[in-house]
Design a protein around this ligand. Sequence first.
Ligand code: TXA
Ligand code: MG
Length: 353
Amino acid sequence: MKTEVIKIDRHEQPEDKLKYAAQAIKAGKLVAFPTETVYGLGANALDEKAVEKIFEAKGRPSDNPLIVHIDSEKAVEYLVKDRPPCASILMERFWPGPLTLIMEKGDAIPEIITAGLDTVAVRMPAHPIALSLIRLSGLPIAAPSANTSGRPSPTAAKHVVEDLSGKVDIIIDGGSTAVGLESTVLDITVEPPVILRPGGVTPAELEQVLGYGVAIDPVLLQNAGMDVKPRSPGMKYRHYSPRAEVVIIEGVPERVAAKINEMLRQYEAKGIAAGVLATDQTRGLYPPGITVISMGDRDDPRSIAANLFEALRKFDDTRVRLILAEAVDNTGLGLAVMNRMSKAAGYNILTAD
Ligand code: TXA
Ligand code: MG
């Protein structure tokens, strides 16, 4: 298959190009597009055959359900059966934005989207290109992150090209994504709601709006991640992996750097090329000649969220076979950052003491 890459300036919104892409969605084709979180791989959510192609292109296990993207709150009505009381306040405050709500599935949704579950994930993305694509196609768009299954999610069109060129019809290049991590997935079929995947909206932001505490799925709170049966099928798969192995080192930043330096010497002696995933504050603590890539500023968790996946992919272009990754603060947006990093490392985490 020949993949067409279409460059679109998010501020210009050229109708002809967007209509062309929307027409492709209507015709059952696959269109990768930018959202504020990561790039999505979109297809008509009501067309079973089109959705099947998403799973094929990504190599995605069929028991991992997809998020349905919409452009208006009204669209929720025919996608879900029951709208819990807290839905309105969450939609009003966080949509469009990086919050995915899990609700009871309506009959219009094909089984393939929900992988047979009786719930459906719905989100309204905060990106003008994504919203135009949904509006002009007049359809809900099913879209997982536009990476090959198991790889870091794409935050730029070039990442989508790397993974999916030749496997999808159109890739819309709308520049880098702002948030850089996927949406928060919140199950609101239960009370209190449960975070199934931490993401762009933090637990504190949710709690402030709801006026009460949200629960965090136990799978997210333990390192192994496997002992408890996952409620969100996506939780159980190896994820976000660059070509090199990843090991996380946690602890006080200076001690972490000391431990990493010690490990660098050991791996060098063994002839294993190791690199460091560091931060702006710590990147200078490693010797010259070592590949050191910064995720961003420790005092600005948003910069780290925005850069993490790109930083992981950058190691693919180096000779590094082992990435020694500094842990960052696990609170606020850091919860989502450390969730993705832990998965990239297959929960291989050491403590510096
Ligand atoms: O930010 C995002 O959410 C991006 C952009 C493209 O919108 N999309 C995204 O989709 O990250 P994906 O497919 O990579 O991740 C969707 C997650 C998976 O972990 C999946 O298991 C979970 O949402 N999910 C989908 N439907 C679900 C359901 N009915 N119940 C529980 N979890 C569900
Ligand atoms: Mg994904």
